[in-house]
Design a protein around this ligand. Structure first.
Ligand code: DAH
Length: 323
């Protein structure tokens, strides 16, 4: 019995893992282990000696259990404790967010922080919302500004996100502030600067004393978020049937004035169309071309880069802030 004990103590010295420990323990103390076998052998011993040997065997069993437990504690102490204050592994590069979404998320975050309600509108739209309600009647020349794609069920693919304004104002009473992000469709060429599918962000606000100053302040915050605090912004007169006055915003970036978006004060007729009294309420609206923002910000010369999903292009945005 002493030999067995010494043998185990010796073998335990070279045990390095919990699984090795379990294997060794089973060899001695398991159901088919050496100790169990010795207990079985007790039958063969004279009755006079059996009692004595049985007691000793029990002592050996306890001593071995103790030795195994001690070794287990030792091994557990060696496992390095988890330090939750260690810096985590970087997850950049596991995947990337598409540059269109990076830019859109940043703009939407600014709007959300100002209390804009972020909503959605359908891509398959009624002419009524895409045009009529926005003060673009049939045969109005402004319809030619946007080459529309019609479906054979009488509906169309929205040419801009502006119908969101109508849908939102029909559902919500002023004061209101809302924005949406989504795809728009036009029967356009597919070349370096045109795509038949692209993305817009539409925003609108209606309240009792909304002015061009509010519009200007809001758009300046958006431009700043992407192009920095020192960027110069200017507002130029323009024309859209659903705003009066209408403006274009240009940004002076990397030595050039670049036209970035359209905006204006919501036309009184549009407010009337959705049952809002233009004598009591005023509002502004703006439409941002997300590709346009992304192309200027990241100096991308060809709009087709966004849709080809070339992994080398997408990987350029690995280290960008995601939101
Ligand atoms: N819907 C216009 C377009 O796609 C962009 C636009 C201009 C939206 C002025 C607006 C706005 O809300 O006020 O060309």
């Amino acid at each position: 019995m002493n030999e067995i004990y010494e043998e185990v103590v010796e073998k335990l010295k070279s045990v390095k893992s919990l699984s090795d420990l379990d294997t060794l323990k089973a060899e001695y103390l398991g159901r088919k282990g050496k100790i169990r076998k010795l207990f079985g052998d007790l039958k063969k011993v004279d009755e006079a000696k059996r009692r004595e040997l049985g007691r000793k065997l029990n002592e050996l069993k306890s001593a071995l259990e103790e030795a195994f437990n001690k070794k287990r504690e030792e091994l557990l102490d060696q496992v390095e404790p988890l330090d939750p204050s260690m810096p985590g592994e970087s997850w950049y590069g596991v995947g990337t967010l598409h540059p269109i979404y990076i830019v859109a998320n940043r703009i939407l975050n600014v709007l959300e922080s100002m209390g804009f309600d972020i909503g959605e509108g359908p891509e398959v739209e009624e002419e009524y919302y895409n045009f009529e309600m926005l003060n673009i009647p049939k045969y109005h020349p402004a319809r030619d500004m946007q080459q529309s794609l019609y479906l054979n069920n009488g509906k169309m693919l929205r040419t801009h996100t502006s119908p969101f304004q109508i849908r939102y104002m029909l559902k919500h009473k002023p004061p209101l502030k809302a924005a949406t992000f989504g795809r728009v469709f036009r029967a356009d060429e597919f070349d370096a600067t045109h795509s038949p599918v692209f993305h817009q962000i539409e925003g609108l606000a209606v309240d009792r004393n909304i002015s061009i100053g509010d519009l200007k302040w809001t758009l300046e915050r958006i431009v700043e978020e992407l192009f920095g605090k020192d960027v110069k912004v200017k507002f130029l007169p323009s024309y859209f049937p659903f705003t009066e006055p209408s403006m274009e915003v240009s940004v002076f970036y990397k030595g050039k004035w670049l036209e970035m978006l359209g905006c204006g004060m919501i036309h009184p007729k549009v407010l009337e169309n959705v049952g809002i009294n233009p004598e009591e309420w005023s509002g502004y609206a703006f439409g941002i071309g997300v590709e346009r923002f992304a192309m200027v910000k990241y100096e991308i010369e060809d709009i087709r880069m966004f849709y080809e999903n070339d992994i080398r292009f997408l990987e350029m945005f690995k280290s960008e802030r995601w939101i």
